[in-house]
Design a protein around this ligand. Sequence first.
Ligand SMILES: O=C(O)C(=O)[C@@H](O)CO
Ligand SMILES: [Mg+2]
Length: 258
Amino acid sequence: MPLFAANLTMMFTEWSFLDRFDAAAEAGFTAVEYLFPYDVPPEAIAERLARNNLQQALFNLPPGDWAAGERGIAVLPGRFDALKADIDRGLEYAAATGVKRLHLMAGLADPSDSETATRYRRSVAYAAEQLAEKEIDLLIEPINGRNMPGYFLNDFGAAERLIAELGLANLKLQFDIYHRQIMHGDVTVALRRLMPITGHIQIASVPSRHEPDGEELNYPYLFAEIDRIGYDGFVGCEYAPRGRTLDGLDWFKPYARS
Ligand SMILES: O=C(O)C(=O)[C@@H](O)CO
Ligand SMILES: [Mg+2]
């Protein structure tokens, strides 16, 4: 049975950020993920996780100036020292929450520029090496250009090649099924083939990015496939509910902790 993590950036937004942990646990989730924890102290998150017996599945390393439009700084010139500080900050939250995987966003840049690609490779290698010392995986996630125009890592093949080229045991793919379907399709065969390098899966309906209960993809089939191929990691529910979060959880009922 897939181990679902509620994405607290997109789900349970009827509650304040910290109260979302309680609401997710109450709804039967045993794990959570979110984009960024950095607006609240790490101890406050640790307390909510412990209180609700929740596992921290994933969050992102700091992304640069999100409000100003940055979507990661790993590809940006002159930001390597800032990246180092961001990794230290992420590791501070990792120590408090016990998370075992962190996502490094690439940033906005032309994927065909070779100097940018070199900078990205250096950033990813450095981050993976820092995380390896703490036995944490570093994830990279291809993101579709409709949701994030201009994002550097916009192709699953590019992510796969970089992971192979760097050959670092803790560098893994964040396989977001929503992005995969929009960019390439062929979800089932890609899941099977990329399973050895996959460190995290995320889900949402396509094209609306709502509950995984209809539209273009057959999620009951994909959940069974995830079990068939022996994936034992988390499946992050990175979707925006159509209405109130609790009203859209029928799909999750068979998997909920009672
Ligand atoms: O956008 C997604 O998909 C993610 O998983 C985020 O972590 C990137 O912002
Ligand atoms: Mg995602």
